[in-house]
Design a protein around this ligand. Structure first.
Ligand SMILES: [Zn+2]
Length: 237
């Protein structure tokens, strides 16, 4: 049974496998007949430490589209699988090195065609008979790595920190003590703005302010604890 771990510590997925947020024809240009994304894009800063999601042999590569990238190969006698880590800024292993699961292997970046800013392109492929299997699947053999990962691996820090369950009693107390906030939340309700458990709990016990959470450009609360953010300690390390 294949079991992959998270490639990065802080998870923020900007494009899932099989999506196309870039534009019609973009992925077809790279030879993908599905014209859809053949991996998972994880937003990150340049220089975040990334790990091998399984053990294998690291093959260091460079191309126009992926920039600096690693193929982590776990194929024995022609059978197995590999994973791909694209748009890197730095290799932390040498070509041909054996890498253990969770071993730091690269720093993230925006090399190659990373038009949406720095991110990690993460992909999975099966191998059969000494070749990448299912090359005609519309994704040049790539498959969704999520099927080999923990459920909820794709949720961000805010989900793990605040999102599991809603603290209704604490929420009522907070609304009672802060009428202004209570009114804002009622208004937000009426506007049908979506706020999930993470949003509410970040307010109730996370120490974040309503305006911070409502500012769509402000995403720090999804990654950092309020006290770490105030201290200037940031996620994505
Ligand atoms: Zn990608």
């Amino acid at each position: 049974m294949i079991k992959l771990v998270k490639p990065l510590k802080d998870i923020y997925i900007t494009q899932y496998f099989g999506e196309n947020k870039v534009g019609k024809g973009f992925y077809a240009k790279f030879g993908l007949s599905s014209d859809n994304h053949n991996g998972i894009d994880l937003r990150c800063r340049v220089g975040c430490l990334g790990v091998g999601t399984h053990e294998g042999i690291a093959i260091l590569k460079e191309s126009e589209s992926f920039g600096k990238y690693i193929v982590l190969n776990n194929v024995k006698n022609g059978e197995g699988y590999d994973t791909i880590y694209g748009h890197l800024s730095e290799f932390l292993v040498k070509d041909g090195d054996f890498v253990k699961q969770n071993q730091p292997m690269y720093r993230t970046g925006k090399s190659g065609t990373a038009s949406n800013g720095p991110h990690l392109h993460f992909a999975y492929r099966d191998w059969r008979g000494y070749k990448v299997a299912d090359l005609d699947n519309g994704y040049l053999g790539s498959k969704d790595p999520s099927m080999y990962m923990d459920k909820n691996w794709d949720k961000d820090n805010a989900y793990h920190r605040y999102g599991r369950k809603r603290e209704y009693l604490a929420e009522i107390k907070m609304r009672f003590h802060n009428q202004w906030l209570h009114k804002q939340l009622l208004k937000t309700d009426q506007l049908k703005k979506i706020y999930d458990n993470s949003f509410i709990n970040a307010l109730v016990y996370g120490g974040w302010g309503f305006e911070e959470l409502m500012d769509e450009a402000f995403t720090e609360w999804r990654y950092n604890k309020k006290e770490d953010y105030k201290k200037g300690t940031i996620a994505f390390t």
